[in-house]
Design a protein around this ligand. Structure first.
Ligand code: XIL
Length: 409
């Protein structure tokens, strides 16, 4: 079982024995210091030194940009090929009216996911249950539609983040918290889905029902109040709110073989048995914790999801460059991996699209997020910080070109 501490440390452990040695030295020192009260103040000093060491050691320098040498340039773009193959190649949109977004859609991407603006708390006027302000989200969605792109809605219900700030207090004060929560969920899902009806092709109705650390369902407010049934409920409300929209359950998995991935399959089997209206499974694919999943593992997992009758989308790819740092050319290794992932998805008849969780390396979310902020270099996207196309871009293009036409499957 992964405790929060181990979860935080796991990537660091895997990344270098030097970390373990330092930890042992620190631990030995701590024991010694504890035995002598005179030296107690050394403990925080050592902890600080250790943290600084982690920053210096684990944030490796960015490797030389080999890809700036002439690369094979094709006239076609990702979106051109994706349209021809009836496949969806997506990106996120973060800022309404942003130049970069307009530059990339529809030229490179034919699918758009608003990265934050459709999350529950973002839609609320003051972050509290009540009035909605759809204006920013409308701008992102309407631009995509005006350019002929498909829109994925992300996300209606997420147990861990972007929950209205007063929801817990409302439930604590309610005579019947179960009924109160059901009504609030229903209102939110109906209001939001109906507002975007006809514009959003598929919604992530639920995000990350699993706990990050332990192989179990996350003990969110929803789970605590309604038990596992909250999952069935939110999908039923969503089906009722908009019967034409595809309904997705979106989950983060760091591995396609571990306990979490097995637990997720078991959850899906239970939901299937209960007839919960779920059309598709979103796999996030933030590739940031070693070891890298193999393509055989990914392919097996996609097949297992498809065998349950689900459509699949890879919804949030980014590939931390740090994971490829030991390769002779990390940029190329990252590109090869991106190519294989897209190829693996395309080859599977159930896999209908792939979304990259960002456009340029300049705006990637890792430097703002522990523990990743000490795991640089990040550079997880298809374009670098000055919008040069990286090997990952060309890898994805090649996979799209070589992949089957999805309409013929
Ligand atoms: C991230 C956004 O990209 C950041 O801008 C925000 O600060 C935090 O959330 N899994 C998800 C996404 O489902 O919603 C998260 O997006 C990334 C992890």
């Amino acid at each position: 079982m992964l405790t929060p501490f181990l979860f935080f440390m796991k990537p660091l452990f895997v990344m270098g024995p030097i970390f373990v040695i330092t930890l042992l030295v620190l631990f030995a020192n701590l024991v010694l210091k504890f035995m002598s009260h005179r030296w107690w103040w050394l403990i925080p000093v050592e902890v600080v030194v250790f943290i600084v060491f982690c920053f210096i050691y684990y944030n490796k320098a960015e490797p030389t940009r080999t890809y700036l040498d002439p690369m094979p340039k094709g006239a076609t773009s990702l979106a051109d090929v994706a349209r021809e193959k009836q496949f969806h190649i997506g990106t996120i949109a973060l800022i309404p009216g942003e130049d970069l977004y307009h530059q990339m859609v529809p030229s490179e991407f034919n699918s758009v996911t608003p990265g934050n603006h459709l999350k529950w708390k973002f839609l609320l006027k003051d972050g509290r249950v009540g009035e909605y302000d759809f204006s920013a989200a409308d701008r992102l969605v309407d631009y995509a539609i005006s350019q002929g792109a498909r829109v994925r809605g992300h996300v209606l219900v997420w147990g861990q983040f972007e929950v209205p700030s007063d929801l817990e207090a409302i439930l604590a004060a309610a005579d019947d918290p179960r009924e109160t929560l059901k009504q609030i969920l229903k209102d939110h899902i109906f209001t939001t889905m109906r507002h975007f009806k006809g514009r959003i092709a598929q919604w992530d109705v639920l995000n990350e029902p699993l706990d990050y650390y332990k192989p179990q369902l996350v003990e969110s407010l929803f789970m605590k109040t309604l038990g596992e049934d909250y999952i069935d409920l939110v999908f039923r409300y969503a089906r009722e709110a908009d019967p034409d929209c595809k309904l997705y359950l979106n989950e983060q998995l760091w591995s396609y073989t571990g306990e979490h991935s097995q637990l997720f399959l078991e959850l899906l089997e239970r939901l299937k048995k209960r007839g919960t209206p779920i059309d598709g499974i979103g796999l996030q694919a933030h590739i940031n914790i070693p070891p890298l999943p193999t393509m055989e593992e990914m392919d097996n997992y996609l097949n297992q999801l498809a065998a349950l009758g689900y459509e699949i989308e890879i919804t949030e790819i980014d590939l931390l460059l740090r994971l490829f740092i030991d390769a002779e050319d990390p940029w190329q290794a990252q590109g090869d991996y991106a190519q294989q992932m897209v190829a693996t998805c395309m080859q599977n008849p159930a896999c209908t699209g792939i979304t990259f969780w960002g456009i340029s390396d300049q705006d990637n979310w890792y430097p703002h997020q522990l523990p990743y902020k000490i795991m640089g270099p990040f550079a997880p996207h298809l374009f670098d910080d000055t919008l040069n196309k990286k090997p990952a871009y060309y890898g994805v293009l090649k996979a799209l070109q070589e992949g089957p036409n999805k309409a013929k499957e």
